[in-house]
Design a binder for this molecule. Structure first.
Ligand SMILES: [Zn+2]
Length: 744
């Protein structure tokens, strides 16, 4: 296996065109990495990612067990140990794609390590091997290991082999340890993996399979470790109440609203700048906060959710000049498009959706107060916020004033008192939309807009402020500075801070690269929804924890699509059975199958509510879906299930649990027929087939079967399957969408 991986890495000489394309990609990646260089969180992620690659690679080699990953740069050292265990349960082949880390290779610390654990377990379980689970999992791991190693440009060399003699002289045991070093020169990554020749040597039962230990400086300048950052222990935490990770304190905190009655909650999430269609990064932010909005309401809070539209901005003015449309027409068009996208994704409309241009008077009044208090100053028609007047400036992002000065060295504006001062009001340039202010004709800056709108719509202090991680600095830091200065409330959680809980979601990457227009890997929500159902995108986004970076790949969408189809098909089939079922006497003593199902149904409800309370752990919610769905299918397809006394009651309980679960994460529960039809239509669209094309193919295959030409019949079935259409022989439904597994 080891040599198979190595030979794939150095397979053949790339063509000049391929080399040029690789060089371009590397350049682009290097640019992104340089930008991220001062971002310790990004370094931690890269470190974990590298470690993960190595783990996959090492575990593909059946016997590797002691892996240490180190960086030449000692400040981000990362040590990983893998240890194989056995017999502790094994995943079914169906779970393979769901556990597959390709969906979030950038967040290896939780799901991917679970995946590796499952691979190791399945490999060492003879029962799983017999069921074929192991070979499927191994194949997945092997494919991913090879492609990831190739993508990372890793080079591998076996450096030494030690033979040691152990045991008593009469029966010596020979252990051959092969040490493999894998290096990546550009990243300065050095990995050593030891592979003892005896498969079972040193394997212990019940020990942790994989441990990641990566001490490094966190993004907020505080020392964190991977285990602290990805908190898994719920010990001592009351999960009947909501916990949120607060960016200000870098801790998971119990949520307590400001309202003395504990009832009202104010949440503000920064909205879009409406100059173009929204992209999948926007989908992620607003799906994440939609789940939070729903959860707050489930917990009985009276929530006011405010999300703004930035409808005055340089980009809008530029786009309007290019297209000849007025700014107003342009922004109206994209606000409508945004509402359509959000509705498609199942996001509830916020309570309030102010536009910046409707609040200019409030913005001007806000700036006047900051000038009067001495926190802002006017120069040649522009107004700046003076960061030196606020000693707490930098508290949210962890940046100190020196960092800010260093960052501003390039473009020093002589009119600013401090290079870090930022604009509150900008003098109008010719041809721009303008408003009259005490400082002349002009328009508001971006940061001040949110401070003024929050105060106008929700009051001077609020409970939750959300947005993407990229807004922490400068946008939210500056909002905090403006609002704290204006209301006199402190930056920290003393008695009455501007915001009690700062909540930020992670980035979306596309095929492991940062998504950006300049890299050309940019997808609008509309482009994705042309091929995949909106609830497939929603389901895929919910499959990663909101704080973790998410890796958007077509493969992840294929897998999410498969899961969503399975979910709605199961709900559809159970409802059909329940409609036809005669009323059933409750069994006095349910058979074990039914008793287990009833227990599962009630436990799943509790697990879901705890997962959502635990800092919106949506992957936990999605994982909880698996068992009730499997149980429902067992009652419909297995002999024992079909004839079990109490089956109808069990199906009813399981269905209502699954419905509750779907509701909790905003997946509609009552439109299974519509959604199944839409999923099938999109699968045909992806396959490039019409309904008639497909019927013709099925007819062609039936003819081949009638003529006993099974080779041709299999060829036709495989051809369709490779295009995402799975034929279902002997079923009432002739076909269903299947994932195109080779999708990257
Ligand atoms: Zn904002």
């Amino acid at each position: 296996m080891l040599s198979a991986v190595s030979s794939k890495v150095s397979v053949s000489e790339p063509s000049d065109a391929a080399r040029a394309s690789t060089a371009r990609r590397d350049d682009a990646r290097a640019r992104v990495e340089r930008r991220d260089d001062d971002d310790d969180d990004a370094r931690l992620r890269r470190c974990c990612w590298d470690a993960f690659v190595t783990l996959v690679d090492a575990f593909v080699d059946e016997n590797a067990r002691d892996i240490v990953v180190g960086h030449r740069n000692q400040s981000s050292r990362c040590a990983v140990r893998g240890e194989a265990g056995r017999g502790a349960g094994s995943p079914s082949p169906r779970e393979g794609p769901a556990l597959c880390p390709a969906a979030d290779a950038d967040a290896p610390s939780t799901r991917s390590l679970d995946f590796l654990t499952a691979v190791v377990r399945s490999r060492s379980s003879s029962r799983a091997r017999r069921r074929g689970a192991s070979s499927r999992m191994m194949r997945l791991a092997s494919q991913q290991g090879s492609s990831l190693v190739t993508r990372m440009g890793m080079r591998r060399a076996t450096t030494n082999t030690n033979r040691t003699m152990q045991g008593r002289a009469r029966i010596p045991t020979t252990t051959t340890t092969t040490t493999t070093t894998t290096t990546n020169a550009r990243r300065g990554l050095v990995v050593t993996a030891s592979t003892p020749s005896r498969t079972n040597a040193g394997r212990r039962h019940g020990t942790p399979l994989v441990r990641v230990d990566a001490p490094t400086r966190g993004v907020y300048g505080k020392s964190v470790t991977a285990s602290e950052d990805v908190e898994t222990s719920n010990e001592g935490r009351d999960l009947s109440r909501l916990w949120l990770t607060n960016t200000m304190t870098r801790k998971k905190e119990i949520f307590t609203p400001r309202d003395p009655a504990g009832k009202k909650v104010q949440m503000y999430v920064c909205g879009v700048t409406v100059y173009d269609y929204s992209h999948i990064g926007h989908a992620r932010v607003y799906v994440a906060f939609d789940v939070l909005y729903r959860q707050l309401m489930r917990l009985g809070y009276d929530v006011t959710y405010c999300r703004n539209f930035t409808d005055i901005d340089d980009k809008i003015i530029k786009r309007s000049n290019e297209s000849g449309e007025t700014c107003e027409a342009l922004t109206d068009k994209f606000i409508e498009a945004f509402h359509e996208d959000m509705a498609a994704l199942g996001c509830l409309r916020p309570t309030l959706e102010p536009r910046a241009t409707e609040c200019v008077d409030d913005i001007i009044a806000f700036i006047e107060r900051l000038i009067a208090k001495g926190n802002a100053y006017e120069t040649e028609g522009d107004v700046y916020f003076s960061v030196d007047t606020l000693p707490a400036y930098g508290a949210l992002s962890g940046r100190n004033q020196e960092d800010n000065r260093a960052g501003e060295r390039v473009a020093v504006d002589g009119r600013k008192k401090n290079p870090a001062d930022f604009a509150l009001w900008k003098t109008a340039k010719p041809g721009e939309p303008t408003w009259t202010s005490p400082w002349g004709e002009g328009r508001p800056g971006w940061h001040i807009e949110c401070s003024a709108m929050i105060e106008k719509m929700l009051g001077p202090t609020i409970d939750i402020h959300g947005g993407g991680q990229d807004l922490v600095f400068p946008h939210h830091e500056n909002e905090l500075a403006q609002s704290s200065a204006a209301c006199g409330c402190g930056a920290h959680a003393d008695e009455n801070p501007f915001v009690r809980y700062w909540v930020h979601n992670g980035f979306v990457k596309v095929d492991s690269e940062k998504m950006s227009k300049s890299l050309g890997n940019f997808f609008t929500i509309r482009e994705v929804l042309d091929k995949y159902h909106p609830f497939v995108l929603r389901f895929m986004l919910l499959g990663a924890h909101y704080r973790a970076p998410i890796n958007y790949t077509q493969r992840a969408l294929e897998e999410a699509s498969d899961r969503v189809y399975y979910l709605y098909q199961t709900v559809h089939d159970v409802r059909a059975i329940l409609r036809d079922a005669a009323a059933e006497e409750p069994a006095k003593k349910p058979v074990p199958l039914v008793a287990d199902a009833l227990k599962l149904a009630s436990e799943a409800e509790k697990q879901v509510s705890e997962a959502l309370n635990d800092d919106m752990n949506t992957p936990g919610v999605i994982a909880t879906l698996s068992a009730p769905l499997k149980s429902m299918n067992d009652f419909m397809t297995t002999k024992a299930g079909k004839k079990a006394v109490g089956r109808v009651g069990a199906l009813q309980s399981l269905l209502s649990t699954v419905e509750g679960l779907m509701e909790a994460v905003g997946m509609p529960k009552d439109e299974e027929n519509v959604i199944l039809a839409e999923l099938r239509a999109r699968a045909l669209h992806r396959a490039g087939l019409t309904e008639d094309d497909l019927l013709a193919k099925i007819e062609e295959r039936n003819k081949a079967r009638d003529a006993k030409d099974f080779a041709e019949s299999d060829r036709l079935r495989d051809e369709l399957s490779a295009r995402g259409v799975g034929l279902m022989d002997g079923s009432a439904v002739p076909w269903r969408p299947v994932p195109v597994i080779d999708a990257t």
